[in-house]
Design a binder for this molecule. Structure first.
Ligand code: SAM
Length: 282
């Protein structure tokens, strides 16, 4: 919501909100799926909102996009085939393509308008879209996974909106069972899992649904994300056939690309569960 020079997002049911002072509104359209707005802010650069909710800002998107991609990709021994569901702003795609092991990425985003608007207003996030390894598709990710041949992918990244509307099915056991089948041996699925402070129940239900879908190991990564509800965010990983313990530490140390948040220490620290969650996830 825009008022008196501020964009504000009320955090549903939490009696709290975030506000960013804006310079001007740059874009506003109703796609077949959601309202897409772009603002120029005073201190966070360009802001994209979907249905009035913060999706991405120039200033802080790096934390989220790095944590949605590098922990899973450095945990897998050889992540060659990757599927991104959602991810329409293309920031996660850019991080995935930094990994030289990656040979093929399918990005399945429901709403093509999100990507086309991101290409105009977030060109740096879309800088890797022309990479020959990148294949952009615009359709429902739930159906894509259901139809995918068994063993198609090494890593599946679910960079979706909140678990409502078309994204709701991306957080349930039926979808995770389809992911398990679409993953090759030792494959990993990682999905954004909302705020540990506001949505601990969702994280718990994701753990239960993933284990119910026969994933062997499940772990949640915790990280700051100041423009998302509560400013504290998470991503939940699950792995078939083997554990999530350990990662390619040497590869992280020797990586030939820069990150601004992720490193080996962050990888280890992000897996440490806060006590209130540790107890509830037992
Ligand atoms: N970083 C954001 C967050 O954590 O809320 C997510 C960014 S990305 C823009 C979210 C995308 O998920 C949206 O573009 C939306 O269209 C897409 N999406 C929602 N449900 C989907 C589905 N079932 N299949 C594919 N994409 C979906």
């Amino acid at each position: 919501m825009e008022r008196d020079g501020w964009y504000s997002e009320e955090w549903a049911g939490q009696g709290s909100a975030i506000s960013l002072r804006i310079k001007e509104k740059l874009h506003d359209e109703q796609s077949p799926y959601q309202r897409i707005e772009i603002y120029e802010t005073e201190t966070f650069g360009t802001l994209m909102t979907l249905d009035g909710l913060v999706m991405v800002t120039d200033r802080d998107n790096f934390v989220y996009h790095e944590m949605m991609s590098h922990p899973a990709l450095f945990t897998h021994e050889k992540p060659e085939r990757v599927l991104i569901i959602g991810g329409g702003d293309c920031g996660t795609l850019r991080e995935v393509l930094k990994h030289e092991e990656v040979r093929h990425v399918d990005q399945v985003e429901l709403d093509e308008r999100v990507t086309r608007v991101a290409e105009r207003y977030f060109p740096e996030l879309c800088a890797a879209n022309a990479d020959p390894r990148a294949h952009l598709h615009f359709q429902d990710g739930i159906k894509w996974v259901k139809d995918a041949p068994a063993g198609s992918y090494d890593v599946i990244i679910v960079d979706s909106t909140d678990p409502v509307g078309p994204a709701a099915g991306l957080f349930g056991q039926a979808f995770y069972a389809d992911c398990l089948r679409a993953l090759a041996r030792d494959g990993i699925v990682v999905g954004q899992s909302e705020s540990p402070l506001f949505h601990a129940g969702l994280i718990k239900s994701m753990h239960e649904a993933l284990r119910g879908a026969n994933f062997l190991d499940v772990a949640t990564l915790y990280f700051p994300q100041c423009t998302y509800p509560s400013g504290w965010w998470s991503a939940t990983m699950a792995r078939r056939d083997t554990t999530l313990a350990g990662f390619r530490e040497e590869a992280v140390a020797e990586r030939d690309f820069a990150t601004r948040y992720y490193n080996d220490g962050i990888h280890r620290a992000a897996l440490a569960s806060p006590e209130f969650l540790f107890q509830s996830l037992l």
